[in-house]
Design a binder for this molecule. Sequence first.
Ligand code: FRU
Length: 475
Amino acid sequence: DLGIESHKGTYYQKSNKDLFDQLKKENKHSKYLPKIHIFPEAGLMNDPNGLAYFNDQYHVFFQWYPFGTVHGLKHWGHTTSTDLVHWSSQEFALIPNQEYEKNGCYSGNAIEFEGKLYLFYTANYKTAEGKIPKQAIAVMDQEGNIEKYAEPIISGEVEGLSGELRDPFVFKKSDTFYMLLGGSQFHGHSYAGFGDNGILLLYKSKNLFEWEYMGIIDIPIDTGYMLECPSLIQVDDKDVLFLSLMGVSSESQRFSNRFASIYLVGKLEIDAMYFQVENWDEMDAGFDFYAPQAFYGKRNIPLLLAWFGCGEPEYPMKENWKHGLTFPQQVSLEDGKFKRYPVKEIIEQFSNQQEVATSSFNIDSPTYYLKLNEGLHFKVGKENDYWEFIYNASAGKVTISRENLRQKIDETYGSERSTFINAITSVDVFVDNSFVEVYLNKGEKVFSFNVFQEGTTTVWSPAGQLEGTLYVSEP
Ligand code: FRU
């Protein structure tokens, strides 16, 4: 019992510091902790925020309710790394302790300017009539001190739009700053709640504090009823736009999760206010992926992290932590086609190598990387507790099934996910305890999903011989 009114909870302060420390301590004994993925020391983690390579360090901020595994009052957590593998957790970056952000410090990004890191976020502010949109700013100096600006930099409703305007993503082009914002538009009714279609708003600024509203960017695809977490990155000479969408109808093997994340490759025509699309698709074919955010790493390499989660799935066991983030991934375009793959520092963690050419073998480590040279049918776990990779070559279809896990994970949206692919040249399976990422053709398609299994793992193929390499992470 946290002694708080509702599950929305309270914010971190002196009086609950001991509780927080105790929750963190208990979690150290969890059986399902990943070794390499970023996960919450306690409570629930969602969207990655404020991603940056700043002052010779990687900074990852994230949405966090630290006192329970529910979407409670959102803080910004903060962790840093020099290699994208070993992370050291920092003090809370943003605690929702101001009146203007009384319902949480929601998502946003970061941009470096004049030697400081500017953190943009949505100050969530609810009233009985609906939300009043507010976007806020905090500044981090070289020493890591973070200070909130006295008041939101953008505040108030926009005519015809829902109050759900959020998740600022700021970038610079020439000498101008631009901000993308997610939102929802009405066709004929009132302002409370979500509207009828998801929209992408654009603002511009010369100084990061004063912003001018430019209007809505035209995106020629179904954006559902609400657009969240826009993000943008340049790869080669193209723009890649990432959107997280609520209410996109599911179609044949796409958009099967509660919410969808998509990428669009093309060009953002700022003056004409539209995104010219060359190709686009759903980001991930798995169960547990949402709210990706892109940023530039060391030597300006385009990187991406996403929430390892989606919606509010029920887990079979009670743990005091929930969700985490995906591996940091490098983004690339191959013949204009979008790909993402774990950064090389992650791959280097899997050093202990052994060739496999058999139909069944055992793995003792909870963290391993299995590299297969072709698509096949295989199962991972134990006789009555396994997940399954099924390749139907004639249909060009790959399916991941969680149907036969002993610890069932919320099946509201089904227990299978499939995707189509022309031919499979490689299958890279990364298992980090309860976090699994499967990459087809080095990131042409990816499945991200959780499983909760224990003990020795058997990998076996009912269809034939498995050929590849098994890498185990050194303890
Ligand atoms: C996406 C999201 C964002 C919001 C945040 C709140 O998962 O709903 O739109 O800022 O989570 O935690």
